[in-house]
Design a protein around this ligand. Structure first.
Ligand SMILES: Cc1cc2nc3c(=O)[nH]c(=O)nc-3n(C[C@H](O)[C@H](O)[C@H](O)COP(=O)(O)O)c2cc1C
Length: 203
């Protein structure tokens, strides 16, 4: 039996990212769970902010922001940035995080987060009390020690250990084990169907 939940914003798991806006001298951090990649060429990320957020105006005015992906061990700092406003506090100082100069925009990235993106706002969409910003990703960074040299210089997800958030239950989690490879694991099913139906299965 399925229980109908009605219209809802439930989706899990999702990242819990730290978005930095403002200048290098006066940056602010907001925790954002409503985030996702929306396109690849050009690479575009979408973030959604409630209109009451202090960060909204600085993103609107400067038309830029950085996305910073924290490791799971930083979940308390992430939560702090999601319950305290930059109107009242300097969150960088409060959680002892370090702003680093971005290469292409004014808003800094966060040293303590292993993966970072610089983004330029290309579109703004009002969704009731929320504003969706689409940001073109103009630069990305990963910590040197999170690269797997023996595996084609791929990002080592186990070393990044990205924080996972489950909205609706409002819980922070870590990733479990790797199960398989993307664009590959499904081939076992595809090949079995191909063997059974010989010609009628399209890739
Ligand atoms: C886990 C988590 C996820 C959040 N996700 C969002 C979000 O996607 N959009 C949003 O507007 N606020 C979100 N918030 C709330 C803001 O982070 C919070 O209101 C913050 O204090 C606003 O900071 P600011 O006033 O300095 O901009 C989230 C909070 C938490 C704890």
């Amino acid at each position: 039996m399925k229980i109908q939940l009605g219209p809802s914003d439930i989706l899990f798991p999702i990242p819990s990212a730290l978005i930095v806006s403002g200048s290098f001298e006066k940056p602010n951090i907001i925790t954002i769970a409503w985030i996702g990649i929306m396109g690849s060429l050009p690479p575009v990320v979408g973030i959604s902010l409630k209109k009451s957020r202090y960060s909204l105006d600085s993103i609107r005015n400067a038309k830029e922001f950085t996305v910073n992906i924290p490791s799971a061990d930083k979940f308390k700092e992430v939560d702090y940035c999601g319950i305290v406003s930059g109107r009242k506090r300097d969150k960088f100082i409060d959680i002892n995080f370090t702003p680093l100069r971005s290469a292409k925009i004014d808003a800094p990235i966060i040293k303590e987060c292993p993966f970072n993106m610089e983004c330029v706002v290309i579109k703004e969409v009002e969704l009731g009390e929320w504003v969706l910003f689409l940001g073109e990703i103009v630069e990305t960074y990963v910590d040197e020690d999170k690269i797997n040299i023996s595996n084609k210089n791929k990002i080592d997800i186990a070393k990044v250990n990205p924080l996972v958030y489950c909205a609706t239950v409002r819980e922070y989690w870590e990733l479990g084990n790797k199960l398989g490879d993307g664009f590959h694991a499904g081939k076992e099913i595809l090949n079995k169907l191909k063997r059974e139906n010989s010609s009628s299965v399209d890739e």
